[in-house]
Ligand binder design. Sequence first.
Ligand SMILES: [Fe+2]
Ligand SMILES: [Fe+2]
Length: 250
Amino acid sequence: MAPLAKVARLDRLLLPVHRWVWGDFDRRVRKLLAFAEVESDGGRDILRAAEVTPDSLLRRLYLEHAIDELHHGDLFRQRGAALLRTRSTRLNTLFNGSPLPGGHGLDDLSVQDEPDYRLLAFLHIAEKSAAGRFTIYRDLVDDDPQTKAIFEEILRDEVFHMNYTYTQLARVMPQSYKKHVWRARASRLWKRYLRIAAAIASVLGAMMLTLIYFVALIPFAWIAKRAERRAPRGWTPITTAPNDSPTRQY
Ligand SMILES: [Fe+2]
Ligand SMILES: [Fe+2]
């Protein structure tokens, strides 16, 4: 089992965030249910990959992989539901989703249009990242032995997925497998950057609009007040309007 020291640097930096998420019952339940969706989605994508690959060994491995991911989805869903039954849970917590990329690295890929080597490289990177994060999560739920046991079980599978995808990538692309892993890693980092940048842009945009609203409101309110003071009160006669009959519509 990978020790905490070996997990991704970014996830180590985010340890206080992870602790905050897992330290609260409601957030823990939300997170487990969100994981259930992510794992089941990943399982369905990998099942599709098994259908379309021309490689018979990969088809068998993808199938086993898909079964594992669907099983992970069930484990998370059952545990989330079991925790929910123990206590009535508010469903509108401040933090419901995950700030981290989900899926199995396949979120941005159209599985049926991708060659196996690209799929394997993406899967390898995603499984490695998942194994790192599940190591952290397992260590953060010491107070909940059943959830911890689920992470232990899933972690073993993720490590297997991480290893077989690398081995198979090296088999199908013996000359260039390292290049494909780096490319997948760069693409994943870029997607992660875009997600974070979009989230920051959304917050900054809302702040700017709020600021503009209040800053622009003051002079406009002042101008409106002044115009109101200058406007004559009561009815005002129309000055030179002729009483000609209209000869056209406009
Ligand atoms: Fe999984
Ligand atoms: Fe996996």
